[in-house]
Design a protein around this ligand. Structure first.
Ligand code: NAD
Length: 497
C-alpha cells in the first residue's frame, strides 16, 4: 500500500502521529494509499521550521523570489501530464477537466512571477515641506492554507504561490481525500530552487486544522471548503488574532431568459452543472427558467442529460467521472431521494447507473429536477453532485429576487440577448462572481476570486490583487532629512504645511 507522509523542511517528514486516512481511486472504488494524519506535535514542528525559514526568505529580493517562481512554472508545465494523472486518479474528474484546473492554478504562479511589480508600493514627494512619504507592503510571517478535495491542484495554488512570492513561508493542509498532487507540487517547488522550510505540507483532518488554528506563530489562514467549516475557521482564527479568509459553499443560479440563444444556454448549463460531476463551487446547480423558456429548456436539457457519457477519468470518451467517495455518492443520491419526496419532478434519474467493469466505482448518472420550489431542501442546500434543479419563475424580477434571497453568493450567470437585462443583472445581483452568457464565470488569476454572503467569510477575495493585500501588511513611512534647521518642541497634533 502506498503511504503518503508530510513534507517539511524540504523533505518527506514522517511525523509522530500514527493516525492514518484512506485514499481511494473513485474510478474503481479501491483504496490506493494510506495518508498520515498529523497531530498537534507534527503541525507545530512544521510551523517551527517555517518560522525559521521566514527569517531568510523574507529578506530575499522580490526578483530572487520571482525567479524561483518562474522556474516552478516551467516545471509544472513539464510535469503537467503526471500532475493531471494524479488529480484524475485521486479525485476522479476527467483528464481534460483536470488539466484545465491545473492550468488555472498555473496561471496564479504566472501572476506571482510579477511580484516585483506588485509589491512596489506608493510614494508621494513633499507630503509636507521637505517631507516625503511612502507605503510598502511587507510579508506577514508563517501563513497556512486549508483546502478542499474538489480542486487538489488549483485551490492550493490559489494560495501558496502568492503567499511565498510575497515573502511569507507556508504550511498547506490539503484535503486528506486527495493529497498526492500537493506533495508532487512541493517536490517540484524544491527542484525550482525554493529553500527548505518555505513550503511545507501537513496532511491531516480536524486535529491538524485545530493545531493550525491554535498555533500562535501562524499569522494568517486561507481556507476553502464547505460553509460550516469556513465559519468555524473564520471565528476561531479571529479569536486567535489571525488574519483569515474563509471561502465556503455555494448554490449557483443560472438565469435563462426567454430571449436567450437556447442552444448556447443548454450547452453552457450542461458543462456547468455536470462537469466534474457537479463537484465545483462554481457549478450551476439551479437553472432559473424565466417565462415561456421553461418547457423547451427542460426538453433540451433532458435529452442531453440522458446521453451524458459517464466513465473513468482516463477514458477519453468520458464526459463525467465518478464522485469522490462512497459516502459522498450516498449523500448525493440521498438528496435526490429527498427531492422526489418533496414533490419535485425527477425528469432524469441517474441514481441507478452501473458501469460494466467498474461496478465498485463511485458513479452515478446526471439527474435533472423540474418544478423545484424555494422551500425545498434540494433548493436550499448545496448538493455538490451531478444534480440540476430547474426553478420556474414568471419574469426577470422574480429571478433576480430568487438569486438574491439565497444564503449563498458565490457565482451566478444570466443567458440573454438583451443588453439592458444583462447590465441590470450585473449591477443588481448580490453575488461575488457574475457571468453574462458565460456559464462558469471564474475570474482569471490577475483578478481575484471570491463570493458574497455565506460563500466567503472575511473581507479579501483570493489570489490576484486581493491576494497580494491578504498576504502582506501595509507600512507607511514619513521622512525628512533636516540639516541646520533649529526647531522647538511641538505639543500639538502635527499637520503638514
Ligand atoms: P470540507 O469543508 O469538508 O473540507 C475542507 C477542508 O476542511 C479539508 O482540508 C478538511 O480536512 C477540513 N475539515 C473538514 N472537516 C473539518 C472540521 N470538522 N474541522 C476542521 N477542519 C475540517 O469541504 P470538502 O468536502 O473538502 O469540499 C467541498 C466544499 O468546498 C463544497 O462546499 C464547495 O462548495 C467548497 N468549495 C468552495 C470553493 C470556493 O471558492 N468558495 C472552492 C472549492 C470548494
Amino acid at each position: 500500500m502506498n503511504s503518503i507522509e508530510h513534507f517539511v523542511d524540504g523533505k518527506i517528514f514522517k511525523g509522530s502521529s500514527k493516525k492514518i486516512g484512506k485514499v481511494f481511486s473513485p474510478a474503481t472504488g479501491e483504496q490506493t494509499s494510506e495518508v498520515k494524519l498529523a497531530d498537534k506535535a507534527d503541525v507545530n514542528k512544521a510551523v517551527e521550521v517555517a518560522k525559521k525559514a521566514f527569517l531568510s526568505w523574507s529578506q530575499k529580493t522580490p526578483l530572487f523570489r520571482a525567479r524561483v517562481l518562474f522556474k516552478f512554472k516551467e516545471l509544472i508545465e513539464k510535469n503537467s501530464d503526471e500532475l493531471t494523472k494524479i488529480i484524475v486518479s485521486e479525485h476522479g474528474k476527467v483528464y481534460e477537466d483536470a488539466k484545465g484546473s491545473l492550468t488555472r492554478g498555473l496561471e496564479v504562479v504566472e501572476f506571482a512571477c510579477g511580484i516585483p511589480q506588485l509589491l512596489k508600493g506608493e510614494f508621494t514627494e513633499n507630503v509636507g515641506t521637505n517631507v516625503d512619504s511612502w507605503s510598502t507592503r511587507q510579508p506577514l510571517g508563517v501563513c497556512a492554507g486549508i483546502t478542499p478535495f474538489n480542486f487538489p491542484a488549483m485551490v492550493p495554488m490559489w494560495m501558496f504561490p502568492m503567499a511565498i512570492a510575497c515573502g511569507n513561508t507556508f504550511i498547506l493542509k490539503p484535503s486528506e481525500k486527495d493529497p498526492s498532487c500537493s506533495m508532487k507540487l512541493a517536490e517540484l517547488f524544491m527542484e525550482a530552487g525554493l529553500p527548505p522550510g518555505v513550503f511545507n505540507i501537513v496532511n491531516g483532518d480536524k486535529e491538524a486544522v485545530d493545531a493550525i488554528i491554535n498555533n500562535k506563530d501562524i499569522t494568517a489562514v486561507s481556507f476553502v471548503g464547505s460553509t460550516p467549516i469556513a465559519k468555524y475557521i473564520y471565528e476561531n482564527c479571529a479569536k486567535n488574532e489571525k488574519r483569515v479568509q474563509a471561502l465556503g459553499g455555494a448554490k449557483n443560479h443560472c438565469v435563462i431568459m426567454p430571449d436567450c440563444d437556447l442552444d448556447q444556454a443548454v450547452n453552457g448549463l450542461m458543462g456547468a452543472a455536470y462537469g466534474s460531476a457537479g463537484e465545483r463551487c462554481m457549478a450551476q446547480s439551479v437553472a432559473v427558467a424565466v417565462g415561456k423558456i421553461a418547457d423547451p429548456l427542460v426538453k433540451n436539457l433532458s435529452k442531453k442529460v440522458e446521453s451524458l457519457k459517464v466513465g473513468p477519468g482516463l477514458d477519453k470518451k468520458s464526459q463525467m467521472g465518478p464522485l469522490i467517495t462512497k459516502q459522498h455518492l450516498d449523500k448525493v443520491k440521498g438528496y435526490v431521494d429527498i427531492g422526489v419526496k418533496e414533490g419535485a419532478k425527477l425528469v432524469v434519474d441517474g441514481r441507478k447507473l452501473k458501469l460494466q467493469g467498474y461496478e465498485k466505482g463511485f458513479y452515478m448518472g446526471g439527474c435533472l429536477f423540474d418544478h423545484v420550489k424555494k422551500d425545498m431542501k434540494i433548493y436550499k442546500e448545496e448538493i455538490f453532485g451531478p444534480v440540476l434543479s430547474v426553478v420556474r419563475v414568471r419574469d426577470y424580477n422574480e429571478a433576480l429576487n430568487l438569486v438574491n434571497d439565497h444564503e449563498f453568493g458565490n457565482g451566478t450567470s444570466i443567458f440573454t440577448r438583451d443588453g439592458d437585462t444583462g447590465r441590470s443583472f450585473a449591477s443588481n445581483v448580490k453575488i461575488g462572481m457574475v457571468g453574462i452568457n458565460i456559464p462558469i464565470p471564474v475570474p482569471m488569476a490577475f483578478h481575484s476570486f471570491g463570493g458574497w454572503k455565506r460563500s466567503l467569510f472575511g473581507d479579501q477575495h483570493i489570489h490576484g490583487p486581493e491576494g497580494v493585500r491578504f498576504y502582506t501588511k501595509l507600512k507607511t513611512i514619513t521622512s525628512r532629512w533636516p540639516s541646520g534647521i533649529k526647531s522647538d518642541p511641538e505639543f500639538v497634533m502635527p499637520t503638514m504645511k
